[in-house]
Design a protein around this ligand. Structure first.
Ligand code: NDP
Length: 484
């Protein structure tokens, strides 16, 4: 402590009076930093009291980056926590549309442009009845750190609507997407904000959204990612989140001299992320025991093989059916109605459906039953109690920000191809995805070793490592760019 004589203590007024504060003695650095994170969390809580998911995401990040805040006082002096927890811009708009019977419906549309310190806002659009501002702020906040980890120049954003595409005709989905884009188009652009898909927004929706953008703006640019191959999409983009999550998990296993051969795996979800994650696990010799949707889980003790997965892909992507039908189609399969997969004994677990789908008790059951690895395909699928269980048990735990960053990374590669007006081969993209996931693992690993006191030769806290690595790049860029 002796080297520094004083620091600026910004006090509780940092939001209203940035940079103005009293000078405090160096001896109180430790206490002051604890005060800093406590004070910021309290203010974030009081300003966003009705947004539990956002508060959860902020708490997880802030409490794990304390060591770097203590080591580098410039972040507190520049009010970085106060600034990084406030979106740069939030857009909320009305989305009117008519159904096939001519009836009028009104949904709410959102775009949260969270942070553009290291590149244009980038992040998906979610169409689901549960969507609200708090959920999109949590997703946008997570996206800032995730995008920073990818090594590519992308800021963080997220958007969507409380519209439910389930049960709607293609024509209804098209009219909704056109109405949504009619407003969104004035806020986005290839160098400003580049949305992609997420829950409820797949290739069909991206097509309708892109068509309307092009019609209104009269320009063909890389304003959306997740496009189809014949009009600007990238090979391996649909596969990227699931494949990337498995590549990250492979890197974690390798630190313990292990691999996926013969591993029993639980997967939740049966959408885009889950499908390609299962495909890659099968290729690597693992046995996938479960997939699920919001109504229940199918448990196949024989394992879901490539042929059965192809059937699921057709069920989900073409026929738009329910996962329960798998249990009727294949022998020996149990359907666990309204249940999640986590009570089944396994070696590895991959939550790939939605936020808070693994709680503390379920995480404890996973560990008790022998699970040695959890890698998150979904965003924030484990609650704070569950994360504590993983960390205390010292299993290999790949948090979403790091483990599912492959999707947005390949979106970044899609943007690069669009700018060059070139298409790379599947091998080129997959090899870049491999490299990016390796580098994310290495970056999280090294930052955890440097800053997180609980790391040892046999245990790495990837939550701390990913949060710190993601944070410092964005925070340093914010300082370089001044108070904006
Ligand atoms: P999809 O819409 O393709 O699939 C979502 C899956 O999760 C479906 O099986 C769905 O079941 C299930 N699900 C959704 N909500 C719930 C719920 N409340 N309870 C139980 N199951 C639910 O979405 P994606 O696969 O694209 O996204 C899945 C997760 O991965 C999300 O957390 C998303 O944010 C994250 N993610 C996605 C990326 C991407 O590239 N697509 C990138 C990074 C993260 P049902 O059909 O019954 O709704």
């Amino acid at each position: 402590m002796g080297g520094e004589s004083s620091i600026i203590r910004v006090g509780a007024g940092c939001w209203s009076s940035p940079g103005i504060g009293e000078v405090e003695s160096a001896a109180s650095h430790q206490k002051n930093m604890t005060d800093y994170t406590t004070r910021v969390l309290e203010t974030v809580r009081s300003k966003n009291a009705s947004e539990p998911e956002f508060l959860q995401a902020v708490q997880e990040v802030i409490t794990t980056i304390e060591p770097v805040l203590e080591a580098r006082k410039k972040y507190e002096q520049n009010c970085i926590l106060e600034r990084i927890t406030e979106p740069e811009r939030t857009i909320i708009f009305r989305v009117p549309w008519t159904d096939d019977a001519g009836k009028i419906h009104i949904n709410r549309g959102f775009r949260v442009e969270f942070n553009s310190a290291i590149g244009p806002y980038k992040g998906g659009l979610r169409f689901h009845p549960s969507v609200n501002l708090g959920i999109l702020k949590f997703l946008g906040f997570e996206q800032v750190f995730k995008n920073s980890l990818t090594t590519l120049a992308m800021g963080g954003g997220k958007g969507g609507s409380d519209f439910d595409p389930k049960g709607k005709s293609d024509a209804e989905v098209m009219r909704f997407c056109q109405s949504f884009m009619t407003e969104l188009q004035r806020h986005i652009g290839a160098d400003t904000d580049v949305p992609a898909g997420d829950i409820g927004v797949g290739g069909r929706e991206i097509g309708y959204l892109f068509g309307q953008y092009k019609r209104l703006r009269n320009e063909f640019t890389g304003v959306l990612t997740g496009k189809a191959l014949n009009w600007g999409g990238s090979l391996i983009r649909p596969e990227a989140t699931g494949y990337g999550c498995v590549y990250f998990a492979q890197n974690m296993l390798a630190t313990r001299g292990d691999d996926f051969a013969g591993k029993r795996c639980l997967v939740s979800g049966s959408g885009n992320v889950a499908q390609y994650l299962v495909e890659k696990l099968i290729q690597l010799g693992a046995t996938v025991l479960t997939m699920s949707d919001s109504n229940g889980t199918v448990y196949d003790p024989e394992g879901i093989n490539a042929e059965k997965l192809a059937w699921i892909m057709d069920l989900k992507n073409v026929r738009r059916g329910r996962i329960s039908e798998y249990a009727k189609q294949f022998k020996g399969v149990q359907y666990l109605e309204n249940q999640r997969p986590w009570s089944i004994p396994c070696d590895c677990a991959f939550p790939c459906a939605t936020q808070n789908e693994v709680n503390g008790a379920e995480a404890a059951t996973l560990v008790k039953n022998g699970c040695i690895l959890v890698a998150e395909g979904a965003n924030m699928p484990t609650d704070l109690d569950g994360i504590a269980v993983y960390l205390n048990s010292k299993i290999l735990y790949g948090p979403a920000k790091a483990a599912n960053a492959g999707g947005v990374a390949v979106s970044g590669l899609e943007m690069a191809q669009n700018s060059q007006r070139l298409n790379w081969t599947p091998d080129e993209v997959d090899s870049k995805l491999h490299d990016i996931m390796r580098s994310i693992h290495e970056n999280a690993y090294n930052h955890a070793r440097e800053f997180s006191p609980d790391c040892t030769d046999s245990f790495i806290n990837y939550v701390a490592g990913a949060n710190i690595a993601g944070f410092v790049k964005v925070a340093d860029a914010m300082i370089d760019q001044g108070l904006v």
